[in-house]
Every structure is written in C-alpha cells, then in structure tokens.
Design a protein around this ligand. Structure first.
Ligand SMILES: Cc1cc2nc3c(=O)[nH]c(=O)nc-3n(C[C@H](O)[C@H](O)[C@H](O)COP(=O)(O)O)c2cc1C
Length: 371
C-alpha cells in the first residue's frame, strides 16, 4: 500500500490514511453559529474518505473572532450547530476522525470578510483587539491593546471552556491555532511580542502563555482524544521566529502531553517574506520538527497531488499532509490521489458506481471486514 494510504496512530486514535482537510475559515457564521453553508461545505468531504477533517478556526470568545462571520464556541447554541454537522458526516463515514481548531484572532481580529476586502472593520462595527504588545499587524490596522498579565487567565479559561464544548459537540481531535499571526503566535514571535514581564523577552518567556494554554486544554481532554497545536514553523522574516524556536516549543509541548504537531508557516506580518513559495515549501520545517521531536507531524502548504504527498510521507518528512485549497477545488482529492497511486480508498455505497472509472474503490463493508 502506498505510504499515504497507510493508517496513522495519533495518541489513542487511528487515522485511516495520511490525508486531512486543512482548517479553512468560511466567514459565513452568524454570531459564531454554523449554518447550511457549513453543513454543505463540510458535508462535501463526508464521502471523500479522508483521514481527518478539521473544521475552520473556531474562536473562543466573541471578540476573539477574525471577522463577524467566523465560527465560535463560546455558547451552547454553537455546540449544537457543530454537533449536527458531525452527526451527518459520521452517518456517511463513521471512520473519519473529526477535528476542530480553536483560535483567538488577537491583533488580526475585527476584520471584514475577505470578499469584502478583508480590511479592518470601520468604527461603527469594529471591536477592540488585543495582543501581547500594542503593535499593529500592519499599516492601516488598528493598534491592539496590550493585554495586562491579569487578563491572561481569562483568555486561558475561554480556551478551556471551548475545548470542553468541542468535546460536547463530538470532536475527537482538538488543535490549538498557534500560527498565522493570531493571538498565540503573537506571543511566540519576537516580531509581535515586546513585553518586558514574565510573558515576553526571552524565548522561554514568549512561550509561557502559549504553553499555559496548551497545558490547560490538555488537562480537560480525555486521553482518547488527540490534542495538537498548529505552529508557524518559521516567520520567514529577519528577527522573527525560526525553526529552532519552533523545535524548542515543540519539545515543551511534547512534555505537556500534546499528541500531534501541525507545522505551517508565516502570517505574523504581511511584509515580504523570505521564502520562495512553491509546492511543498513548508515541508522542511515539518521535517526538522518531526526529526527532533518524534511526535506525529502534519505538513501543509501547496501539496498538490497524491504523488507529491506520498513522497513526503514515504521519505519520512512528515507523517501526514493537510490539503487546503486543493480540497476546495476538488472535494474528492483523496480519490484522485488513490487513483494516481493505485491505492484503495473508502467510498460510500451510494457512490460505488463511480468506481466504473479507473481507481480502486472499496466500500465501507469491505473495509469493516478487513479490520
Ligand atoms: C479560505 C481559507 C481559509 C483558511 N482558514 C484557515 C484557518 O481557519 N485556520 C488555519 O490554520 N489556516 C487557515 N487557512 C490556511 C490553510 O489551512 C492552509 O494552511 C493553507 O491554505 C496552505 O495550504 P494549501 O496550499 O493546501 O491551501 C486558510 C486558507 C484558506 C485558503
């Protein structure tokens, strides 16, 4: 079997293959509650036979949203909306693992949805943003309020409360969003964290709040749920986070019981990045973290087809791939990857006749017998 289609153990969970849907904001919620769009969008992947489906960044407070359309988990109503979608996906594919990404937008919050420009909201609809230091994300962005150390436990509690709600909704994997310039990343990066108290200065102090959050969330998740963190492996900027910083953080995360790492990159600043963006350009960061830490490690970013993905996994650069935009273009990305690699993949019985074209499709019953 091609490496990409081998099962992967993460904590107590087994992913049926090494392909996941990367978290992708849909900016379509109302007051953080998912609706028909989310049902249709995530539902598109129910028949795809993925190893894991991650929902988009789901925010732990109302003010911690990126845009007014972002999903949230700060109320019980939001739990039921997500639970309904998970029930649907499981009714089609009981094996796929369902993951949520918990996030706080920090200084990149209070923005308009991308198709309305993605710029900071105007005064009548804007809200106050917060960050470790009063440094705006970019020119034209509001200056966030620097968080007082006394406010940090409140944010930590919001992450914990959302993690509990994620369990109630039925998720079995929880990922903290520690990448792309949002709140947790802004604590980690020297570009955005200029604090002089216990939460800034040295690398250890910059890691302190992210580690406190991760540790508190880990404590409320039962052992049979997998817990991970998405990190920007590098800021790709002079004076920014380096892969050495990420390795140091990943070592601490492993120590507090994190089950997997998801290594992305960039996002701390819109300045011109020192990286050549192209197929698999973030794989080297994941490779380094995997080699040094040894936890199951996802890579993401321009993984374009099954052969490329299989090479990454087969050569041990990462344990699994997450695919974002490729899945928006083609929800059956997995089927095409299987076809290219001559692998079998899951297919709900209703779609079996699609197997009359090339590709080797295996219905759920057969997979169950094999297990
Ligand atoms: C529409 C869209 C929304 C995204 N939202 C999120 C998000 O909620 N959380 C996150 O960590 N990354 C988010 N990303 C980044 C993707 O998860 C992924 O890391 C990135 O698109 C690179 O992978 P790709 O080349 O396969 O698309 C988003 C990307 C897109 C295109």
């Amino acid at each position: 079997m091609p490496s990409l289609f081998e099962p992967l153990s993460i904590g107590d969970l087994i992913l049926r293959n090494r392909i996941g849907l990367s978290p992708m904001c849909q900016y379509s919620a109302v007051e953080g509650v998912p609706n028909e769009w989310h049902q249709a969008h995530l539902g598109r992947f129910a028949a795809a036979g993925l190893g894991v489906i991650f929902t988009e960044a789901t925010h732990v407070t109302r003010a911690g949203r990126i845009t007014p359309g972002c999903l949230g988990l700060w109320t019980d109503e939001q739990v039921e909306g997500l639970a309904r979608i998970l029930r649907f996906i499981r009714s089609v594919d009981p094996e796929v693992k369902l993951g949520i990404q918990l996030a706080h937008s920090g200084r990149k919050g209070s923005a308009d949805v991308p198709w309305k420009g993605g710029k900071p909201l105007k005064e009548d609809s804007a809200w106050e943003t917060v960050a470790p230091s009063a440094l705006p994300h970019d020119e034209g962005w509001p200056t966030p309020r620097a968080l007082d150390a006394g406010e940090l436990p409140g944010i930590l509690d919001a992450f914990v409360a959302s993690a509990k709600r994620a369990l109630a909704a039925g998720f079995e994997m929880v990922e903290l969003h520690g990448a792309h310039g949002y709140l947790i990343h802004t604590f980690l990066s020297p570009v955005s964290n200029r604090r002089t108290d216990a939460y800034g200065g040295t690398r250890e102090k910059r890691m302190r709040f992210p580690l406190e959050v991760a540790s508190a969330v880990r404590k409320v998740l039962p052992k049979d749920k997998a817990f991970g963190v998405r990190l920007s492996g590098q800021d790709y900027l002079d004076g920014g986070m380096t892969v050495d910083d990420t390795v140091a953080l990943a070592r601490e995360l492993k120590g507090i019981g994190v089950d997997f790492l998801d290594i992305s990159g960039g996002g701390i600043s819109p300045s011109k990045l020192k990286v050549k963006v192209g197929p698999g350009y973030q794989v080297p960061s994941a490779e380094r973290v995997k080699a040094e830490i040894g936890l199951p490690t996802f890579t993401v970013g321009m993984i374009l087809d099954g052969r490329q993905a299989d090479e990454i996994v087969r050569t041990g650069k990462a344990d699994a791939v997450l695919v974002g935009r490729g899945h928006l273009r083609e929800p059956f990305w997995v089927w095409r990857a299987a076809e290219a690699l001559g692998a079998k993949h899951y297919c709900p019985p209703q779609y079996l006749r699609a197997g009359e074209s090339p590709g080797d499709i295996v219905p759920r019953e057969t997979l169950a017998k094999r297990a």
